[in-house]
Ligand binder design. Structure first.
Ligand code: SAM
Length: 232
């Protein structure tokens, strides 16, 4: 893993490495990842030559974990170009394996903190963004590490097109309330829910995530918040 490509912002608190990668996954990270990588230094994903046409839209997933949701969305929507950001190398390796196993042509990967990438991406370039089961950082002194804070919403608002959808989901209700408060307060986003049903159930084209499945297995009921980026 070329360390000079990765940001080591002192305020990023996640894990980059878990269990030692098995040889097949290590090979994917060494050989396949460089062909699919987007970075803050080179944020323009090259989908040329891999799809019949340029992607109709760009959808961005921040913190894709093992990439289960991202791969399923990419399989369901071959006409869309996907960018996933995830610094956890074991998760990146899992997604690479799903990409090769499923012959998915429409995914590009930022194996790093999403924030510098968001700052480098062109304004109005994203048609849909996903922040799913993001780390809840439940201890009060750690709350500031949560992804849904004003600075990150500003970043998302800049890169999202007018009318683009932001999907946030979590099973941690304190984190849901915190995020909802900040999303509602942000001048660029409007909540789509009209009744409790709208946020208690996933939207019709939902694809499961690993953390969602773990929460459901524990008997918890996640919240699914859908926001639209308001017109400028
Ligand atoms: C709790 S996991 C959820 C993974 C997946 N979304 C799911 O639902 O199964 C949150 C993930 O967000 C990633 N993450 C945290 N901060 C991030 C950031 N600034 N940019 C990109 N990914 C981030 C972590 O590495 C972690 O894998």
């Amino acid at each position: 893993m070329p360390s000079n490509r990765r940001s080591d912002k002192p305020d990023w608190h996640g894990r980059r490495h878990g269990k030692k990668l098995r040889p097949g996954h290590r090979k994917l990270v060494e050989k396949r990842l460089p062909t699919l990588r987007v970075t803050a230094q080179d944020p323009d994903p090259d989908f040329a030559g891999t799809m019949t046409d340029a992607p109709a839209q760009i959808w961005l997933e921040i913190g894709f974990g093992g990439g289960e949701h991202l791969a399923a969305q990419a399989r369901a929507h071959p006409e869309i170009g996907f960018i996933g950001a995830e610094p956890f190398v074991n998760g990146v390796a899992k997604l690479l394996s799903a990409i090769d196993g499923g012959d998915l042509k429409n995914i590009r990967i930022c194996d790093d903190d999403a924030r510098p990438l968001l700052d480098a991406m062109p304004e109005r370039s994203v048609d849909r963004a996903f922040v799913l089961f993001s780390d809840p950082w439940p201890k009060r002194r750690q709350n500031k590490r949560r992804f849904i804070v004003r600075e990150n919403l500003d970043r998302l608002a800049r890169v999202m097109k007018d009318g683009a959808q932001l999907r946030f989901a979590s099973d941690h209700m304190d984190f849901v309330s915190w995020s909802l408060e900040r999303l509602i307060a942000h001048p660029c986003f409007t909540w789509q829910a009209r009744t409790a049903r709208d946020w208690r159930s996933p939207p019709p084209d939902w694809q499961p995530t690993r953390y969602e499945e773990k929460a459901l297995a524990r008997g918890e009921r996640p919240a699914y918040l859908l926001f639209n980026r308001l017109a400028r």
